[in-house]
Write a protein that binds this ligand. Structure first.
Ligand code: PEP
Length: 254
């Protein structure tokens, strides 16, 4: 963890959650005690249908709320899409962009992710820009080249470092229970930091780079101790308050 960057632990609920599950926010809020809140930032990204309700449930707690995708444009004839402005209006301060489930399932390119990140900045949201290699790319020795290429293609030139989050999520580690070695995570996060520095200069030190992919209470401490790992993007474990909070506590360096 570099100096000056507060750890951020973000929960990606994906397509999970009905109003009946809003108690989860109350449970996370109850466990986000002042000691933890002093040193670790929390972000909850529910499905868009719950954004407003989650924002209300989190109000005054210091827990930030985010969307999971945004259209590049502010408004228009785009049935089923949501703009960054709409997410902000519903109470979001952040938005996950370019998650591998969208890159793969919705054919999102780096160029589109970059447009979406522009939109997030326009709407005053912090983009959480996801990158990560497939298993074939890692096994082919191309992981670093693929991910640094995604950074070049997806992160807007004018992104403000202290309001930009990058999440490194190896595609093969998401929801599989598999994680890269600590050495592989360290190598990748250093490469991402170097790529950001080539774009942003010294300001790149302020970008928070999260690790994501099968983070659980049992492996969080080891992963979060790696240099340049500034927090975690958590999928499955973010749906269990005790697990999400345990991961947040593992990020606490105070
Ligand atoms: C994710 O989808 O962002 C993720 C990291 O999922 P999981 O923690 O379930 O692997």
């Amino acid at each position: 963890m570099g100096t000056g960057r507060r750890p951020l632990v973000a929960g990606n609920w994906k397509m999970n959650g009905l109003r009946a599950h809003l108690a989860l926010v109350g449970e996370v809020r109850a466990g986000y005690d002042p000691g933890l809140a002093r040193s670790v930032d929390l972000l909850v990204c529910p499905p868009a249908t719950l954004l407003h309700a989650v924002a209300e449930a989190a109000r005054g707690s210091g827990i930030a709320v985010g969307g999971q995708d945004a259209h590049p444009l502010a408004a228009g004839a785009f049935t089923g899409d949501l703009s960054a402005e709409m997410l902000a209006d519903a109470g979001a301060s952040h938005v996950i962009l370019g998650h591998s489930e969208r890159r793969e399932g919705h054919a999102e390119t780096d160029a589109l992710v970059r447009e979406k990140a522009f939109a997030a900045i326009r709407a005053g949201l912090v983009p959480v820009i996801c990158v990560g290699e497939t298993l074939a790319e890692r096994e082919g020795g191309r992981a670093i080249a693929v991910v640094t290429g995604q950074i070049r293609g997806s992160v807007p030139d004018d992104a403000r470092p202290d309001r930009t989050v990058v999440a490194y999520e190896p595609v093969w580690a998401i929801g599989t229970g598999r994680t890269p070695t600590v050495a592989d995570v360290a190598e990748m996060h250093a490469a991402i930091r170097a790529e950001l520095a080539a774009r942003m200069g010294g300001g790149a030190e302020d970008v928070r780079i999260l690790y994501g992919g099968s983070v659980k209470p049992g492996n969080a401490r080891e992963l979060l101790a790696v240099e340049n790992v500034d927090g975690a993007l958590v999928g499955g474990a973010s749906l269990v308050a005790a697990d999400f909070l345990a991961i947040a506590r593992a990020a606490d360096r105070s």
